[in-house]
Design a protein around this ligand. Structure first.
Ligand SMILES: [Zn+2]
Ligand SMILES: [Zn+2]
Length: 430
């Protein structure tokens, strides 16, 4: 029996990879303008990292982790998210010394045992960003602005930044009590889930997906109405900084984050083109997670987004072709031409030219067909006659126009210039 891929995972095939690279390169480029550097954390970690970092009572830890015992008996888990690993690394390598704002991002696969459905996979890819070591609301604003710049660079439209403040340990307990009291009066109208968890986490009632619950949530007391002075001041600063740089935002008073360690600014970016599952990115401030891992008090701000969903929203058809096509297809007829062509292909590649060639000694017609199919910009034709006359034929595939390249003198430079003028100017002026 043929072996197939496991349920809930998929291959990203060569014909799709250009899109992935394009999006990932944009992330590298935009994030580096803000001083963020990539961090590569392990794909597996010890299980208790996630139990402590994400929380024992969350769905992720209780139901969705890929956990196993390795050969030495250690409990290992495939990472279901990136923040816990980044924080572990930050503490382990004392990145807080000397004190500074540490700015990192990661790109890579995450693993969750979920019910596979359209657009949801058990191995999925995330881009995440963490800014560690500052309580300043200007960092909150800057990271969200960077994210919106990234989305603009991808050509996304129709999305909206929604923000809220979840308060701090000063003001949250009071809000919690007020909220609980309000919920108690509504319990019989709320769903079972809300009934079960409102005691432990009343905030989650605010973002329950149940229709009746979300109607009731609209009138429940909001965190932003019960902020202490510091939180309130902070939140106003975030808003005015976003406005200062013309990043549109809107207040969403029932926005909360699924994980307990968030406080103060929380945000989501929603897409108008996605229907019910409309959040394309979520994040916010988490000021107490580093201490949970026995690091020094380190206020942090971060976000994560799913690449599969993001890529499905990028309007690739509206931009210039992002696929990499050969600069040149070498059409070689006969044994002598094959030998020469093999060497020429390598010389050109060493000068930065993307060269494809036929390795099967096929007919002229068949090689020209392959050149066409490869979408190469040029074809260079060499056969016995061309070698004897010291003149190769360079054909522009777009319109079929031809030019003779005189090979009796040094011709490689001329050829390189014809094929890719950019490479030449980079090597001579660079
Ligand atoms: Zn507060
Ligand atoms: Zn509910």
């Amino acid at each position: 029996m043929k072996i197939k891929s496991s349920r809930g995972v998929k291959d990203i095939l060569p014909q799709e990879i250009d899109k992935w690279h394009w999006v990932e390169n944009k992330a590298h480029k935009i994030f580096s303008l803000y001083g963020f550097k990539e961090i590569r954390i392990p794909i597996f970690e010890s299980t208790n990292l996630f139990q402590r970092g994400i929380g024992d009572t969350t769905d992720i830890v209780q139901k969705e982790m890929y956990t196993f015992e390795d050969k030495s008996g250690e409990q290992i888990t495939l990472r279901p998210e990136g923040t816990a690993g980044v924080v572990r690394s930050y503490v382990e390598h004392k990145l807080y010394n000397p004190p500074s704002l540490v700015k990192v991002f990661y790109i890579g696969p995450m693993f969750r045992y979920e019910r596979p459905q359209a657009g949801r996979f058990r191995q999925f890819y995330q881009i995440g960003v963490e800014a560690m070591g500052s309580p300043s609301p200007s960092v909150d604003a800057e990271v969200m602005i960077m994210l919106m710049d990234f989305f603009s660079a991808l050509g996304l439209k129709d999305h909206c930044l929604e923000i809220n403040s979840l308060g701090c340990p000063e003001c949250r307990p009071q809000h919690r009590e007020i909220l609980k009291t309000a919920i108690k009066g509504q319990l019989e109208n709320l769903c079972e889930n809300c009934n079960n968890r409102y005691e432990r986490n009343p905030l989650r009632v605010l973002d329950c997906k149940n229709k009746t619950c979300s109607e009731i949530a609209k009138d429940l007391p909001k965190t932003a109405e019960h902020l202490c002075d510091v939180c309130s001041d902070n939140f106003k600063q975030v808003q005015s900084l976003l406005t200062d740089v013309q990043v549109p935002w809107k207040l969403n008073p029932i926005l909360v984050r699924g994980l307990d360690y968030y406080g103060r600014t929380a945000f989501e970016v929603k897409s108008g083109s996605l229907g019910a599952q409309d959040a394309i990115c979520g994040g916010g401030r988490y000021d107490y997670l580093v201490e949970k891992f026995e690091g020094p008090a380190t206020p942090c701000f971060g976000f994560a987004l799913g690449l599969e969903r993001l890529i499905s929203l990028v309007p690739f058809d509206q931009m210039e072709s992002i696929a990499q096509h050969p600069d040149l297809y070498l059409v070689c007829l006969g044994e002598a031409a094959q030998t020469l062509g093999f060497k020429l292909a390598n010389e050109l590649r060493r000068k930065g030219i993307f060269v494809e060639r036929d390795s099967e000694g096929a007919s002229m017609k068949s090689q020209m067909r392959k050149a066409d199919k490869s979408k190469a910009r040029f074809a260079l034709i060499l056969g016995d006659n061309e070698i004897r006359d010291e003149k190769y034929v360079l054909k522009l595939m777009e319109d079929g126009s031809q030019e003779e390249i005189d090979t009796s003198k040094e011709y490689l430079g001329i050829l390189v210039q014809r094929l890719n003028p950019q490479t030449v100017s980079e090597t001579t002026h660079g």
